[in-house]
Design a protein around this ligand. Structure first.
Ligand SMILES: C[S@@+](CC[C@H](N)C(=O)[O-])C[C@H]1O[C@@H](n2cnc3c(N)ncnc32)[C@H](O)[C@@H]1O
Length: 268
């Protein structure tokens, strides 16, 4: 997104934005100078930081393929982001053509971007909403049109809950969606972690995110594990993302993978 291009109303390009920072880190073009500067600061701490988004996005791909292979044909992707490639509906379509996918993001740029990709699709849609409003999302006409909660569904909280502060009860948000999910449903979740990292380094990273539209909390393994309450983790449990059914390429991203924990839970 070149600066001279028109900026959608209500967008302050001076404040680094979580979706656009992630886009830049994945090699996308939907970002501004402030987003790029914040990401470059994160990258400057250690070379592996460049691969943190990629390692996470690859986890998302494997987890979505896993759920589709279990027969899941409806996906609710909360905190969709601006991925430059590998949208959930494309991944799912490889295994389960005709599956329904609803993207949810509170960022209008993300939602417009998703809608632009989805012209002519009656099985995929994008909704602008804040994941803290579970009730509103679950009752949204586009959600109820495409997702039947009496049947198994996969709900994704991938790299989004670290932007929810403790006072907004991230585990409670997962619980609110989990209550509506039928047995046999899957929770796909990843989260930035402070586990096994020097506290001073974590604090420096949090300080950079504190200047963005979505301050980030790097949480412990135990805190993230609690978000799976009510779900039974499938093998290998809650792990660094590159070790969740990763292949050789994921192993090469292991240093980056240490910054995100991911897992998939099944509602029994
Ligand atoms: C780091 S990106 C992750 C994108 C994608 N889930 C992935 O893992 O590749 C986080 C996305 O979540 C969105 N987001 C953050 N907080 C949100 C909230 N409270 N409600 C809805 N979307 C949110 C941001 O706008 C951004 O697009």
């Amino acid at each position: 997104m070149a600066e001279q291009e028109s900026v959608p109303p209500g967008i302050d390009t001076r404040i680094p934005n979580m979706a656009r920072m992630y886009d830049y880190a994945l090699g996308g073009k939907d970002n501004f100078a402030a987003d790029r500067a914040a990401v470059e600061k994160l990258f400057s701490f250690a070379p592996e930081n460049k691969d943190v988004p990629r390692a996470n996005r690859r986890f998302l791909g494997r987890a979505v393929r896993f759920a589709a292979a279990q027969g899941i044909s409806q996906f609710l992707d909360l905190g969709t982001g601006l991925p430059s490639q590998g949208h959930v509906h494309e991944i799912v379509a490889e295994i389960n053509p005709g599956a329904h996918v609803v993207y949810v993001d509170y960022d209008p740029v993300v939602v417009n971007h998703a809608r632009a990709l989805l012209v002519d699709s009656d099985s995929v849609t994008a909704v602008q909403a804040d994941i803290r409003d579970a009730e509103g999302i679950l009752a949204h006409p586009d959600v109820t049109r495409l997702i039947d909660f009496s049947r198994p569904v996969a709900v994704l909280f991938v790299a989004v809950l670290h932007g929810i502060p403790d006072r907004d009860d991230p585990a409670g948000i997962v619980r609110a969606f989990g209550k509506q999910m039928a047995p046999g449903s899957y929770l796909i979740l990843s989260h930035l972690t402070r586990e096994n990292h020097p506290p001073a380094l974590v604090a420096q990273k949090e300080e950079i995110f504190a200047q963005t539209n979505a301050p980030v909390s790097y949480r412990s393994h135990a805190e993230i594990l609690r978000m799976f309450n009510g779900f039974k983790l499938v093998e290998p449990g809650l792990t660094v993302v590159t070790r969740w059914r990763g292949d050789e390429l994921d192993r090469k991203l292991d240093a980056a993978g240490q910054w995100s924990l991911g897992g998939v839970g099944r509602k029994e």
